[in-house]
Design a protein around this ligand. Structure first.
Ligand SMILES: [Zn+2]
Length: 260
């Protein structure tokens, strides 16, 4: 479902798009097809570094199965509580993937939900699963196709960040939630990771003030198929040893900032 205002992504155009017959069009005549499932693809040729940018269909499906099995429910609940968005709010998920976090929080809370991702298979999957939200294929690293100050809340879950664009589309005092894998995330599969929180705070220091920080961790006993799915989501499906059922830790460092 396309709702609200989107901006044209043709280089330097940035005019508002208005809906027509199965398309969105800007006053200069740039035109984008709206898919039957309701999402719109605003990718420009320069955004497509590979033929299939972003997550592959296989990674999208693996991630969806893990979410549907409930392994991320505790993380989702922690994100929802820290985001603090209510029914009156307008929320953007930048790098939303197949839409689990945004879609399930929106159906619970009733906020206006907008998700952007570079991956066509991810956005297709999101639009089918969560039709009440607005889904857009675009390169969030380059330009977020929304007007200045459009959102009250923005979240980005283990995705790349673009501080200047995040600040531009957030209203003054708006909340930004950044989730990064904690050092414990998937440690049974890839060992202890690094702490990424200092780097995040440093990256956002000019435009955002850190107001809250918390680690959300959940442990799950995974069947062999689910372990394989996890490996697909981190692009490590090829292992010398066949995988076995095992206990796996999912863990995110959550940081909430206020736009200044
Ligand atoms: Zn245009």
């Amino acid at each position: 479902m396309i709702q609200g205002t989107l901006l044209c992504t043709v280089r330097d155009c940035r005019s508002p798009l208005t809906p027509g017959e199965g398309v969105l069009r800007c006053p200069r005549g740039h035109c984008f097809d709206v898919a039957r499932s309701g999402y719109v693809n605003l990718l420009q040729p320069q955004d497509k570094r590979s033929k299939q940018p972003g997550d592959s269909a296989q990674a999208v499906e693996a991630r969806r199965r893990l979410h549907e099995a409930g392994f991320s429910a505790a993380l989702r609940d922690a994100i929802g509580a820290m985001l603090g968005a209510g029914a009156e709010d307008r929320v953007l998920d930048a790098g939303c993937g197949e839409g689990f976090y945004l879609g399930s929080l929106a159906s619970r809370t009733g906020f206006a939900a907008h998700g952007v991702d570079l991956s066509v298979p991810a956005i297709q999957s999101a639009a089918k699963r969560y039709p009440q939200c607005a889904w857009v294929v675009a390169n969030a690293d380059r330009f977020l196709p929304y007007p200045d100050g459009y959102f009250t809340h923005l979240m980005t879950i283990t995705a790349r960040s673009h501080g200047a664009e995040f600040r531009r589309v957030l209203q003054a005092g708006g909340r930004l939630l950044v989730a990064v894998p904690s050092p414990e995330d998937l440690m049974e599969l890839r060992g202890h990771g690094k702490d990424r929180t200092k780097r995040v705070v440093e990256d956002f220091r000019e435009r955002f003030r850190l107001v809250e920080q918390q680690r959300a961790t959940t442990v799950a006993d995974l069947e062999q198929g689910a372990v394989e799915d996890v490996l697909h989501t981190i692009y490590r499906p090829m292992r010398t040893q066949p995988v076995e059922a095992m206990r796996v830790t999912f863990s995110l460092d959550l940081l909430v900032f206020e736009a200044v």
